[in-house]
Write a protein that binds this ligand. Structure first.
Ligand SMILES: [Fe+2]
Length: 443
């Protein structure tokens, strides 16, 4: 009888002490010594074999982080319908995530087609989702799942018994060109190459805007997002692609690398542009959406970021410039507290030779350096709506060394103050201003 090893789930919590107030008026400052205290908790592994269950029970797989595991298609576990949906999965099932979708849809389910009742809180609302949906073109399979073309879903909850579902590909200019040619004309971040081999890919720095990572509905607009490109605006009702948006000049066109050659030269070379994060966050305290754009300054070996905060009508209410020196690969996600933007910079070096040679994708040229600690960045919010914002409170940027052998993608949660579980009942104002706590997940 087979035994399935449960996946080990790693969650990291870190807290950073901000080391007291800094000189007034400095929004972006140099590195400062701070204390970072990593606390890594590994979920326990448990036996999820059928023999571990009592007769007649569902396999004991319930519970986030307790027992999860992949099983082969012949596992007896899969013969029990009660197993499905309880953290046991088969690779055969998951392989469907790598299959291109069958097309675009628009349908209404009502009356007899609806099981149960749509919750009242959802009625009148719309849920958008986005992800890679096409994994081949012209008979060629893309190199990686994350190189799949963006495919957006729209669920509209009309009334208690009526829901409308629609889906469409994000038709960027690149997608339309490839669709028309029925050929792979652009390079993807994770190694998908133009048809024709290295000679047709060498020195082509352009990467396709896949628009496949996230979707933002805010202030009457809907954007498909990809962190290595500009936001692509969609019609909120029809999902028709309107096109890449420069957000009123904030994210200019061109590859998001700069060699310091000046705007005109770089524009002629098709570089010097700005990419926009795939993970904007809504701050419920201020009613703003917070996001950032970035350019990789190759010569200076830094990632230069601009943070923006917009109100519900897309009026900019704050912006902050910040340079991550020594950073070669931009962080994927960030978090927003009352006082700070929080970022975790992984220990990644970029070895661009094989990318320039047209042999590898940019994502395949990242080199991990686990012997070095990750870097935590705390960037003060300007005009954050709390205690006058960073300008008046005198906060300055903080860099802190995090754990080694760590790789962080998403920031799950962050707040001002010490870890709640470690603080006593009465956390003073001092501690609230001196500490930032954030939680990340391995993926
Ligand atoms: Fe993400």
């Amino acid at each position: 009888m087979a035994t399935v090893t449960a996946a080990r789930v790693a969650a990291t919590a870190m807290s950073v002490r901000t080391d007291g107030p800094a000189p007034h008026g400095r929004v972006v400052g140099p590195s400062r010594t701070v204390r970072a205290r990593p606390r890594r908790a590994l979920a326990e592994e448990r036996d999820v074999s059928p023999s571990a269950s009592r007769p007649g029970d569902r396999p004991r797989t319930l519970g986030w982080g307790r027992k999860r595991g992949a099983v082969g298609p012949d596992e007896a576990l899969l013969e029990d319908p009660d197993t499905h949906g309880y953290c046991v999965y088969s690779h055969a099932d998951w392989s469907y995530a790598y299959k291109s979708v069958a097309g675009e849809f628009d349908s209404v389910r009502d009356g007899g087609n609806v099981e149960g009742t749509i919750p009242a809180e959802l009625i009148g609302g719309v849920l958008y989702r986005n992800g890679p949906g096409l994994f081949e073109r012209g008979g060629r399979e893309y190199n990686h799942m994350l190189d799949g073309d963006g495919y957006v879903l729209r669920f509209e909850f009309v009334d208690a018994r009526t829901a409308r579902f629609a889906s469409k590909f994000v038709r960027t200019e690149e997608f339309a060109a490839e669709e028309s040619a029925e050929d792979v004309l652009y390079r993807g971040t994770f190694g998908t190459m133009r048809t024709g081999g290295p000679l047709r890919n060498a020195l082509d720095l352009h990467q396709k805007n896949l628009a496949n990572t996230n979707i933002l509905a805010w202030g009457g607009k809907v954007y498909a997002l990809y962190e290595a490109g500009r936001p692509v605006e969609l019609d909120p009702e029809t999902l028709e692609t309107i096109g890449e948006d420069d957000l009123d000049g904030r994210v200019n066109k061109g590859m998001f690398v700069s060699v310091g050659a000046g705007k005109k030269v770089e524009s002629a070379l098709g570089i010097g542009g700005k990419a926009f994060t795939a993970h904007p966050h809504v701050d419920p305290n201020t009613g703003r959406v917070v996001a950032w754009g970035w350019t990789s300054a190759v010569a200076a070996r830094s990632v230069d970021a601009t943070f923006w905060e917009w109100d519900g009508d897309w009026r900019e209410v704050a912006s902050t410039e910040y340079s991550m020196s020594g950073c070669e690969a931009a962080p994927h996600d960030f978090a927003v507290t009352n006082s700070w933007y929080v970022m975790v910079q992984n220990c990644l070096r970029v070895d661009p030779l094989m990318y320039l040679a047209g042999v590898k994708g940019a994502g395949e040229c990242l080199v991990s350096q686990p012997e070095d600690p990750v870097t935590v960045h705390l960037i003060p919010r300007r005009d954050a709506g709390f205690d006058g914002g960073a300008d008046r409170s005198g906060r300055t940027a903080v860099r802190a060394a995090g754990p080694k052998e760590s790789f962080e993608i998403h920031v799950a949660f962050a707040h001002d103050g010490p870890p709640i579980s470690e603080g006593d009942e009465s956390i003073g104002d001092g501690a609230m201003s001196e500490w930032v706590t954030f939680y990340t997940a391995g993926w």
